[in-house]
Design a protein around this ligand. Structure first.
Ligand code: NAI
Ligand code: MG
Length: 366
């Protein structure tokens, strides 16, 4: 099959790391596993420089039409003073909103060769592979009322409101169960039903979705505070974790530190499924545009290549190819190759393009 990928290199190290994705895609095409067509657009500061918008209408239309969007990163000091509506981040927000990306997927993956870089003991994280599915468009960050009012006694009163409706929980639960089927077949759903009504509904709806459509997947429920504790105590017990916007924000940041460098972590954001089960999707590294190292050719391309791997796995169903990419990354790290950010005690480090070449070569041999 042939897949149309809309590539948005963005700013800073973006163009450097996306160039390495094209090498990896080339090997997969060459092996006859799938064909990829890359169409390139502009987002963020580079789009502002070209036409005064953080993303153009033409590029938004291409993003809507693509099988998947692959974005590197936006922003940098060069655009610190551009008007608020056209600041680099506005391009990202527009993409998330218009594509309806309500599910944020953040894997915490720990390559064996890098286990010593983790904040935890090696045996706790070596080979760790968790996926956190965070609800991204609802909950307490968006619920109304949201305000600060003055009280008659001179004090103030601040209100944020946690709101979830059945359909919002149903669709995020479905994403989590579908992920689990392509991974370890287990979902841990997390809320605080002991103190929150939204937690009561969350647990009820996830249980219903499970019974109705995914009885083959193992489901457990865990209170969010207990989950935070377990994530640090024994993270390998988890496969897919599904939780709301607020808890997901906190828990995914905790999980990311289980695994080492920012330059290693991919992510995905998914939208609603259409009649054929296809979802709008955008894949991007967790890291930013790293202006401090941009243009030096030393950025780590692994988070970006891993994001492409997630697109293969979760948008295109190319599980075998996605596994091969992960294995190639793992092999290259095991052979001792390091970019500067993950150098640790190694005696030398390699460039962005040398790391990309090595991963592409390892893939060719697999
Ligand atoms: P950052 O993630 O760009 O950089 C933080 C540190 O990690 C820097 O020292 C950087 O050199 C290093 N780093 C990041 N990615 C790396 C990689 N692939 N290889 C090697 N080292 C890497 O975060 P920072 O510095 O807070 O933000 C820089 C710019 O990026 C800002 O304009 C910010 O708004 C933007 N940003 C954009 C994001 C996005 O597009 N999704 C996400 C986060 C920040
Ligand atoms: Mg956060």
């Amino acid at each position: 099959a042939s897949y149309n990928i809309f590539l948005l290199p963005g700013d800073g190290i973006g163009p450097e790391v996306t160039a390495e994705v094209e090498k990896v895609a080339h090997v997969i095409s060459g092996a006859g596993l799938a064909k990829f067509e890359f169409e390139k657009g502009l987002v963020g500061g580079s789009a502002y420089d070209a036409h005064g918008q953080a993303i153009s209408e033409a590029d938004m239309a291409r993003a809507q039409a693509a099988d998947a969007v692959l974005l590197a990163a936006v922003g940098g000091p060069k655009w610190a003073d551009v008007p608020y509506e056209v600041r680099p981040e506005a391009g990202l927000l527009r993409l998330r909103k218009d594509l309806g990306l309500f599910a944020n997927l953040r894997p915490a993956l720990c390559y064996r060769a890098l286990a010593e870089a983790s904040s935890l003991k090696r045996e706790l994280v070596e080979g760790l592979d968790i996926m956190i599915v965070r609800e991204l468009t609802g909950g307490v960050y968006f619920g109304e009322p949201k305000e600060i009012t003055n009280l008659p006694n001179g004090q103030k009163r601040a209100v944020d409101t946690q709101v979830y409706e059945t359909y919002e929980i149903e669709r995020i639960a479905a994403v989590a169960f579908e992920m689990a089927r392509k991974r370890g077949n287990k979902v841990t759903s997390s809320e605080k039903n002991n103190v929150m009504k939204s937690g009561v509904l969350w647990k009820e709806v996830v249980t219903d979705v499970h019974k109705k459509s995914y009885p083959d997947v193992q489901l457990e429920h865990m209170l969010a505070d207990a989950l935070g504790m377990q994530l640090v105590r024994y993270p390998k017990q988890f496969d897919v974790i599904v939780t709301d916007n607020l808890f997901g924000d906190l828990l995914s940041d905790v999980a990311s530190m289980l695994t080492g460098s920012l330059g290693m972590l991919p992510s995905a954001s998914l939208g609603a499924a259409d009649a054929s089960g296809k979802r709008k999707a955008m894949y991007e590294p967790v890291h930013g545009s790293a202006p401090d190292i941009a243009g030096k050719g030393i950025a780590n391309p692994i988070a970006m290549i891993g994001s492409f791997g997630m697109a293969l796995r979760y948008s295109f169903g190319l599980i075998e190819a996605a596994d091969l990419i992960e294995k190639a990354i793992s092999d290259v790290l095991a052979a001792g190759l390091r970019t500067a950010d993950i150098k640790g005690d190694a005696t030398s480090s390699v460039s962005t393009s040398a790391m990309g070449d090595a991963i592409a070569n390892a893939l060719k041999k697999a």
